[in-house]
Design a protein around this ligand. Structure first.
Ligand code: 58G
Length: 226
């Protein structure tokens, strides 16, 4: 599940340029049970499904950390909502481990003793933590200085200032009778900026009014400095 995402496009280039190093670890390699490489077991107290055993996770994380300081993330629907500001904060950390959950989740002692932060990438349940891990990896990696080129620049983009981006257009100015708003062709940068801001506000009001409420409350949405 990881290779097609990590070996493509910007994430691939970021690794080649040594802006980031990403390693995949198979939890089964750390199973005490060398014969069946068992990493799951039934929940105490009964109930359906299986849980991830503490032993492979404790041993894997200890081995992977070595003597380094590492921030350990677990993704689950019960985590704090992931956001752009969250991604920005993670970019400052040198070493991250993301535990990919499976089955019905992890033994609580893993959460208590190994996990620094539990993150949710949205209010839905997935079969495994792999896609959330890749999602976080992508959002964080693109914020590392030097990862994005001029073409994919980081200035003015959705969520900067907690506003969604308004409509954008490229050539031709008239596509099969469908015209680009004339203000964008005016060459008047001040007017264009004002128009864009107003479009962004309208769009945000329409599709994500919650973002504007956060903005107005001054809570600066999850610590966004902008
Ligand atoms: C309930 C169901 C609790 C992250 C599954 C824990 C992971 C959604 C997200 C789990 C995930 C999210 C087992 C499979 C975690 C474990 C994993 N589902 N919304 N599923 O970030």
């Amino acid at each position: 599940m990881f290779a097609p995402i990590l070996n493509e496009s910007i994430l691939k280039r970021a690794q080649e340029k040594k802006k980031v190093a990403i390693h995949i670890h198979d939890l089964r390699d750390y199973a005490d049970d060398k014969k069946h490489r068992k990493v799951d077991d039934r929940p105490f107290g009964g109930g359906p499904g299986m849980l991830m055993m503490p032993q492979p996770l404790f041993d894997a994380i200890k081995a992977i950390k070595g003597r380094r300081k590492v921030h350990v993330i677990y993704t689950s629907p019960a985590g704090k909502p992931f956001s752009q500001n969250h991604a920005k904060r993670l970019t400052r950390l040198k070493n991250l481990i993301i535990i990919c959950g499976h089955y019905e989740g992890i033994d609580e002692r893993v959460r208590e003793h190994l996990v620094d932060e539990e993150i949710s990438v949205g209010d839905y349940v997935l079969t495994g933590g792999e896609l959330p891990a890749m999602l976080i990896t992508d959002a964080v990696t693109r914020l590392i200085p030097g990862v994005l080129g001029k073409k994919e620049s980081l200035v003015s983009e959705s969520f900067e200032g907690n506003l969604l981006e308004g409509p954008q257009y490229t050539r031709p100015a008239n596509f099969r009778g469908k015209k680009v708003p004339p203000v964008l062709l005016s060459g008047n940068h001040k007017t264009i900026e004002i128009w864009r801001k107003s479009q962004a506000l309208t769009k945000t009001k329409k599709v994500r009014p919650d973002l504007l409420e956060k903005k107005n409350k001054g809570a600066s949405n999850d610590g966004n400095e902008s």
